[in-house]
Design a protein. Sequence first.
Length: 84
Amino acid sequence: MSRFSTARWAVVEELGDGRWRLTLRDEADDELGAFRLGVEGPWDPDVEPHVDFVLAQLGVTLRGARPWRVDELGDQRAPVLPTA
């Protein structure tokens, strides 16, 4: 079983100066893991494709055709499912 088999959300927070932090969270929004991203720049077009690649490496995939939305804290949030 993968460390992230209970992941239900990917949340990407901008840390300032174009730096970003990715967290995987479970259904209760508890953090399962956090990762600083080695890419700088705006969310679109620079960061979003990089996040998709990292999620695949962690064994999760985005759910839905246009999964990313801005949440109540101003972070990018998308539903995820573990890959087989």
